[in-house]
Design a protein around this ligand. Sequence first.
Ligand SMILES: [Zn+2]
Ligand SMILES: [Zn+2]
Ligand SMILES: [Zn+2]
Length: 486
Amino acid sequence: MESVDVFDVPGKGRGLRTTKEVWAGDVLFAEPSFAAVVFDSMAEHVCHSCFRRQPKLHRCGQCKFAQYCNRTCQRQAWEEHKLECAAIKAYGKVPNENIRLAARILWRVDKEGGIVSDTQLISIDDLENHVSDMLPEDLKDLKMDVLHFLDYWPRYSKPHKVEDVSHVLGLINCNGFSMSDHRGLNAVGVGLFPNLCLINHDCWPNCTVILNNGNQTAVNTLFHTQRRIELRALGKISTGEELTVAYVDFLNVSSERQRQLKQQYFFDCTCKHCTEHIKDDLMMAAKEVDDNKPSEEEVKEVTEYSLKMLEKMEKARVEGDYHEVVKISRECLEKQEKVLADTHLYMLRVLSTASEVLSYLQFIDEAATYSRRMVEGYMKLYHPNNAALGMATMRAGVTHWQAGFIEVGHSMICKAYAIIMITHGPTHPITQDLEAMRRQTEMELRMFQQNEYVYHSMREAALKNQPMSMRPEPVEEGIKNLFRRK
Ligand SMILES: [Zn+2]
Ligand SMILES: [Zn+2]
Ligand SMILES: [Zn+2]
C-alpha cells in the first residue's frame, strides 16, 4: 500500500503509520470488507447486499432468509451468499450474526487464503483474537457460538478445528466493525476489515474511519463504486507518525472511556487526553456566573437526579412513549440549567434525546432551541473535525431550517458540510445531501434577506402544499462506537 505501513509501536504492539505527509480529508486507504452480514434484528428490513433500508424486499427463493432490493443486488451478493444459502437451507434455521459472519470469513479463507488482495496488510490468521483475555461469561457465550457454528458448518465444507473457529469468533467480538445504512444513521450490520484492525486507538485521534456503501445500483457502469471503509486524516499528519482512530465516543470522562476500552478491547488507554484528563472538568462542570457557584451538595444532588432521569427517559424512549420523554426532559433541564455548565455531559444527553424526540413530534421550535444548545456544548468538547459533531450539527441545522430559522439553519448546514467533507469525503451520500441543502438554504436565505415577508409567506404556502415529511422514529443518536458493542 502506498501511503501506510505496519510498524511496532512501543508498548502497544503493532500499529500503522504514514509513509508520506497527509492533510485533513486525505484518504490513507480504502478497504472493502473481508466479509460482512446484516444484524439478526435488521434481517427483515435492509437489503442483504447493499444494506439499504427498503419497504419492499425480495426474498431469496432458496434459503428464504436473504432479502434484496432487486436482481442486481441479489446477483452482486451471490458469490458471498452461495455457500451460506445452501448451509441455511440444510440447517433448517438461521444461525446468529456472529456465526453467519464467522462462516463467511472461513469460506473465504478456505477459497482464497487469509490474504485476498495485495493491499491487505495482514492475514486473517495473524490478527489478535483476545480470546484469552475474555471474561468467563463472555467466554461461555463464545463457546456456545463455537458449538452452534460446528453444527451449522456443512459436512462438505473443509473441516475446521475448534481453535480456528474460536479465533474467528474472537476476532468478530473485538474487531467486528459496525456498518451503517447509506445515510449513516443506523447500525445495520457487522463486517471484518483486516487493515482497520491494525489501527490503534486514541481518544483524540488523527484519523477517522467512515463507511461508504458505494452505489450498488450503478454496477456494471463506469460510475460503480464498491462498499468500503475509508481511513481519512482529520488534520495534517507528518511522515512516519502513527495513525489512530477512536474506538469509543469522546463524550465520556476519561475514567469511563478507559473502562469501556478495557472491557471491550482489553487495553488501558494511555493517550494524552486520558492521562492528563483533558476536558474531564468541562464535561462535569458546574454552572458559574460572575464567580457565583452552586454548592457542592447542590451539584451532587442534581448529578444524581440527572442520572436517574436519563435512565427514565431512555426507558420511555425505547417504549415509544415520546410524550413522557418530553415531560421528563423539560423537568430535568429546568433543574440542570441552574446548577450545571452548558458542557456538562448529563445536560447534553438530555438535550440530544429531547431534540430528536421533539422534532419527531413536530415541536420544531423547541427542538431547534435544544439542538442549538447541544451543538454549542459539543463544539467545546469534540475535536473540530469529529464526525459525530458534523452529524449533530447537520441535524440541528435541518431542525432550524424546518422551524423557519433560516439564518442559523443555513450557517449550521455550512458548518456541518465543512466537517463532513473531511470525515466522509465529497462522494458520500451524506455529503451530497448536505451540498443540496446548503444550496437550497442559501437561496432561501437570499430571499429572506431581500424580503422577509415574501419569504415567510412563500414558506407557509410551500408547507401547506407539502406537509413536512415525517422523520424516522428517534433512535439512539448516531453510531459513535467504531466497533460493535455487545
Ligand atoms: Zn440492495
Ligand atoms: Zn439464499
Ligand atoms: Zn484515552
